[in-house]
Ligand binder design. Structure first.
Ligand code: PEP
Ligand code: MG
Length: 289
């Protein structure tokens, strides 16, 4: 299908059981957000804020940071927009991590936010809480959580800021992308609004397989049955504790994997906005609805 063709993108897909398949968009720029709007995304499932940070807003003021994020919200108004807190490290390097011997297992993601980057964390949370006051569509996602307490610490900092600002707390969710968290899911019952599975990292850490190393890329097979079993376990547990779960890793953008995930029971996916049309075309072709 040609890139700009959106014949299928704006159709609703409802399964025979009455459930709707939702496609959110992963974005890294205002242009991506405009595409998300064009391709009728149900929301933005992942704003990779580290892209702005690594690009130019590393040392910007709170106002400037809010302006950057506002660009996304303006391009994609009225539907939920999930901003992932800064996920610096490993494949998303800054000068800081360049000196770690093993950055994939180092001080990255939420670990960094709770240590050396705490003022950045507070700044980012303040920006997002204020923007939620303006748009009412902001959701916050905490990346690279290995221990539930890391999430609770971030949540407490966010709640304190919201209280100080006299503003409502946006929905806050947890990124499931480190296998240790699968055995802590019960702790999140009633404590977070949503889960988002980052299958790119989840697979990397489950199989001890560097996601960016071409020498092992032929082994990077998320259709491996043990990984499918793991995803099924997460879905069952999330349903049991009443927390909606979506998949935001690349595997959902592979039509065959998407079918598998739908068969398994997943209904919400966040993919590149450019993939939505083709995926809906695929669903149409196999007459899943
Ligand atoms: C993931 O890990 O699957 C994910 C969506 O995040 P990123 O690719 O940015 O690490
Ligand atoms: Mg990740």
């Amino acid at each position: 299908l040609p890139d700009e063709d959106k014949e299928y993108a704006c159709r609703n897909f409802v399964l025979k059981d009455g459930s709707k398949i939702k496609f959110y968009a992963n974005v890294s720029s205002v242009l991506d957000s405009e595409k998300a709007e064009l391709f009728c995304a149900d929301g933005i499932g992942l704003v990779r804020t580290e892209i702005f940070y690594l690009g130019r807003d590393g040392n910007c003021s709170l106002e400037q940071r809010m302006d950057t994020y506002r660009g996304i919200l303006r391009a994609f108004p009225h539907k939920p927009v999930v901003f992932r807190l800064l996920d610096i490290g490993s494949d998303k390097k800054s000068a800081y991590e360049a000196f770690e011997d093993n950055p994939a297992l180092g001080n990255r993601g939420v670990r960094l936010l709770l240590t050396d980057y705490q003022s950045m964390l507070e700044d980012q949370l303040t920006a997002l809480i204020r923007l939620h006051g303006e748009y009412n569509t902001v959701r916050i996602l905490v990346p690279f959580v290995a221990d539930a307490n890391e999430y609770f610490r971030v949540k407490k900092i966010a709640e304190d800021i919201a209280e100080k600002e006299g503003l409502n707390m946006p929905d806050i969710g947890v990124m499931l992308e480190i296998p240790s968290l699968i055995y802590q899911l019960d702790q999140f019952k009633g404590e977070c609004a949503f889960f988002s599975i980052g299958t790119n990292d989840m697979f990397q850490y489950f199989f001890a397989l560097d996601r960016g190393n071409p020498k092992v890329s032929s082994l990077y097979r998320p259709d491996n049955q043990s990984f499918i079993n793991l995803l099924k376990r997460i879905l069952d547990k999330s349903n049991e504790i009443g927390i909606p779960v979506e998949i935001c890793g690349e595997m959902a953008a592979d039509p065959e994997m998407l079918t598998k995930l739908i068969d398994m029971g997943y209904r919400e996916f966040s993919v590149s906005p450019y993939a939505i049309n083709e995926l809906k075309y695929h669903l149409h072709k196999i007459q899943i609805s």
